[in-house]
Design a protein around this ligand. Structure first.
Ligand code: FAD
Length: 370
């Protein structure tokens, strides 16, 4: 089976690219195949914790051609997981996208080198074949499946519970437990706000929480996007969301937040430990150098899921991917590959904007191949 374009991953980034490609004549099932590893629509949103609603999320941008509130009835206070899944399902149906799922792309190769066919190896019940050939790839695989938990000595010896944001469901599950939240991103702050209502919390972070007074205006947003774009154009990893945006004051003004301590040095069976010999750049550690806790909640972010692209050798020595093009999604080393959802397009609004540029650039690229 051979098509012009395969879009891998049907979150906001994949849907937007698919919409714009369709408008340029890439009919699903004929010139384009849309694959998604999840069993149902919703991308990563379908898995997010129940207390994350459209009211508490940063906001979900409208997909191109059919806005959220036009498509479905919306209650801002119900879990965003179900709202967004309903929206994407309605959108896929209305646009006639014919997404194939569950289909996981395990490997993408280009056996004959740049400008020739990509060969994709597939698994999952929805797969149309075990392998596929495509002339171009839109990789929109997101980050949700790759939670990042940094290694600390003793991490395996902890006898309490450890979990990552990815597995957080609701604060009530932790009532009566002392919970240590690790990280200074928006997820960490949201977890702390909720947990403080039912239990005791502590907070540590590798760097001092970067609380910014400035409102998150469109100008600030544009500046952040420009900075992330510059980083990825140099092949550097994009950096965490808050390293670029800071924590908006509105997110952290809650009295519920405990004092943030600098990162500990190791973990033991009962909690976390700070080495007295290690100098601290900021913040104070407990006097006895340790904190006993029942739960460590790692709100330490996610890593992009690109393992299946390893044969294409796109990574830089710095651990980033060199990208350029109108939306900074095109692999510099291989113009047949676009990576929306990475770098400046790693938000629903960024992913949306990228779709149009990707469709145009891929159309030009494929026309150039003849
Ligand atoms: C906790 C959290 C909260 C966020 N909140 C917001 C917010 O409020 N507003 C905002 O704009 N952004 C937010 N973001 C940023 C995020 O970029 C957006 O949520 C955006 O929706 C991500 O869309 P995506 O299409 O890049 O990826 P995803 O929604 O993750 O979709 C990727 C899809 O690809 C599939 N997939 C992965 N690997 C494969 C494979 N090998 N083969 C086939 N399919 C595969 C997955 O199953 C998934 O369906 C948040 C991120 C996080 C982690």
């Amino acid at each position: 089976m051979r098509v012009d374009v395969v879009v891998i991953g049907m979150g906001q980034a994949g849907l937007s690219a698919a919409y714009h490609l369709m408008r340029r004549g890439y009919e699903p099932a004929e010139r384009m195949l849309l694959l998604d590893a999840n069993a149902g629509p919703g991308g990563a949103w379908q898995h997010r914790w129940p207390s994350l609603t459209l009211k508490t999320a940063n906001g979900v941008a409208d997909l191109p051609g059919w806005g959220l509130r036009e498509a479905i009835d919306v209650d801002d206070e119900v879990p965003a997981a179900s709202t967004v899944a309903r929206y994407y399902a309605a959108y896929e149906e209305r646009m006639g996208l014919g997404v194939l799922r569950p289909v996981t792309v395990d490997r993408v190769e280009q056996p004959d080198g740049g400008g020739t066919d990509f060969v994709l190896t597939l698994s999952g019940d929805g797969r149309p074949a075990d392998t596929l050939r495509a002339r171009a790839i839109v990789n929109a695989t997101g980050t949700w499946d790759r939670p990042r938990i940094p290694y600390y000595p003793g991490i395996a010896s902890f006898e309490g519970r450890q979990l990552h944001t990815r597995d957080y469901t609701r604060a009530e599950d932790f009532a009566g437990s002392h919970v240590l939240v690790v990280g200074a991103g928006i997820s960490a702050v949201q977890h702390l706000g909720e947990l403080a209502q039912v239990t005791r919390t502590s907070w540590v972070s590798r760097s001092r929480p970067d609380i910014r007074n400035a409102e998150f205006t469109p100008e600030v947003g544009a500046d952040v996007v420009a900075r992330v774009a510059e980083r990825v154009r140099q092949g550097l990893p994009p950096g965490s969301v808050v390293s670029n945006t800071g924590l908006p004051i509105a997110a952290v003004s809650s009295d519920a937040l405990p004092r943030c301590r600098p990162m500990f040095d190791r973990i033991d069976r009962a909690g976390v430990v700070w080495d007295p010999e290690v100098p601290r750049a900021w913040g104070a550690v407990p006097e006895d150098g340790r904190l006993d806790v029942d739960v460590i909640l790692w709100a330490t972010g996610f890593i992009h899921r690109f393992d299946h692209l390893a044969p294409l050798d796109l990574h830089t020595p710095e651990g980033g991917l060199l990208v350029d093009g109108r939306a900074t999604t095109r692999a510099v080393e291989n113009h047949g590959v676009h990576l929306p959802g990475y770098g400046p397009s790693a938000s629903t609004i960024g992913a949306n904007r990228a779709g149009r540029a990707i469709a145009r650039e891929l159309d030009e690229y494929l026309a150039g191949l003849g």
